[in-house]
Write a protein that binds this ligand. Structure first.
Ligand SMILES: NC(=O)c1ccc[n+]([C@@H]2O[C@H](COP(=O)([O-])OP(=O)(O)OC[C@H]3O[C@@H](n4cnc5c(N)ncnc54)[C@H](OP(=O)(O)O)[C@@H]3O)[C@@H](O)[C@H]2O)c1
Length: 368
């Protein structure tokens, strides 16, 4: 159990909250701002005075921050519950604690943590609640760890908490070269499952290297190929594409199979409401769950359950800790597509959206 506030775990010492020497505290913060619906080159860099961490918070000097599909949607104004423009995007980061606020254990100083932020991580320094931190093993590179924060939590929870995948199952992962997709493939293989993964042909060798059988999601006879590889149906299908194709995903399930829907990538460029595709999807899933056929259909949302904050945080941190331990043991391979300084954020976003990369483009704020 985490104990990052108040007394150090396992001691009775009442250490006062400490601050690092003033020289280490930042005077200014550099951050990337999404000013509105813009092309990647329209993302602005700004410098502002640093704010000290509030009670229960720490200041992290960012070492790596991820570019996720969520920001592709946000810069189009298409993410389900994004804040109003302008705002600082950035779903997750890995950073080192350089300042602790009131009530936070001083021994966090100098240690490296991962944190899921949803927005705000594309910055040189980030203030975060100490209770949201998960420690990163020192043997692991920051950018490598970064690729498994939102991706690792999402993949782990969908695989083990939603679908309950077991050894011997055959599962289907759409977008098996993407950040979440490539993590799903690896975790499913570690769990002993056989994995079929859809991806563009240029990514097939990478998907094969992860241990999955790749198929081209644009192939005219995709359905036949998928059925040939799992004649009894799939124990689980992981679908981030949504749209009408979700019907095919559901039909591919084995009699007691589980559909895990977790995105609507196919509607990223559609005009209109950002909420409508998700609501339409939820209605479909509800309807399918009412059918007496033994199959189940879920929408996974990483933020679900946050109203009960303490168990939410503990579950999230426990799951991420397991993923980072697998990385430290060398059983997971980080898919870092590129490491790009925060000052070149537009270029980094352009690359992440190019459809040419395997894995995650990582911003490295310290290397400006
Ligand atoms: N529900 C949640 O809590 C949650 C949490 C995290 C992520 N997500 C969702 O997970 C998805 C993946 O995120 P990510 O950061 O891993 O993205 P990513 O690294 O950019 O990967 C996206 C993947 O989707 C494929 N793809 C993109 N558009 C597609 C389309 N129209 N049809 C089929 N495949 C398509 C890409 O294939 P190509 O490279 O061949 O284009 C790539 O494999 C996103 O939809 C994101 O919103 C949801």
């Amino acid at each position: 159990m985490k104990n990052l506030i108040g007394r150090p775990a396992g001691t009775s010492a009442d250490r006062p909250a400490a601050r690092v020497p003033a020289a280490e505290a930042p005077h200014t913060v550099t951050e990337a701002v999404l000013p509105g619906i813009v092309e990647p080159e329209g993302i602005e860099l700004r410098t502002r005075p640093a704010r000290p961490p509030g009670p229960g918070q720490v200041t992290l000097a960012a070492e790596a921050a991820g570019i996720s599909f969520a920001e592709q949607q946000m810069r189009r104004g298409k993410y389900y519950d994004q804040p109003p423009f302008p705002f600082v995007p950035g779903y997750d980061l890995v950073g080192r604690v350089i300042q602790v606020g009131q009530g936070v254990r001083a021994d966090l100083l100098g240690r490296r943590f991962a944190v899921l932020t949803k927005t705000g991580a594309w910055a040189s320094h980030v203030n975060a609640d100490a209770e949201d931190l998960t420690e990163v093993p020192e043997s692991v590179d920051s950018a490598d760890a970064e690729t498994f924060v939102v991706n690792g939590i999402t993949a782990w929870q969908m695989l083990h908490r939603v679908a309950g995948v077991h050894a011997g199952d055959t599962v289907l992962v759409l977008g098996a070269n993407g950040g979440v997709g490539s993590t799903l493939v690896q975790l499913a293989r570690i769990a002993g499952a056989q994995v079929v993964g859809t991806a563009s042909p240029k990514h097939h060798s990478a998907v094969t290297a992860l241990g999955a059988t790749p198929l081209d999601y644009r192939a005219p006879d995709l359905d036949g190929q998928l059925r040939a590889l799992a004649p009894g149906g799939y124990a689980a299908v992981f679908d981030h594409v949504g749209g009408d194709g979700i019907v095919d995903s559901y039909r591919l399930l084995a009699p007691r199979g589980t559909l895990v829907s977790y995105g609507t990538a196919s509607t990223r460029d559609d005009l209109g409401s950002s909420k409508a595709p998700v609501l339409k999807l939820l209605v479909r899933l509800l309807w399918w769950n009412a059918l007496p056929n033994g199959k189940s259909a879920h929408f996974y949302n990483i933020w679900a359950g946050r109203r009960r904050l303490t168990p939410f945080r503990l579950k999230l941190s426990a799951d991420l800790t397991q993923v980072l331990a697998l990385l430290a043991e060398g059983r997971l391979t980080a898919q870092v597509a590129a490491r790009i300084p925060l000052s070149r954020v537009g270029e980094a976003v352009r690359l992440a959206e190019s459809g040419t990369v395997v894995g995650k483009v990582v911003l490295v704020p310290g290397q400006d």
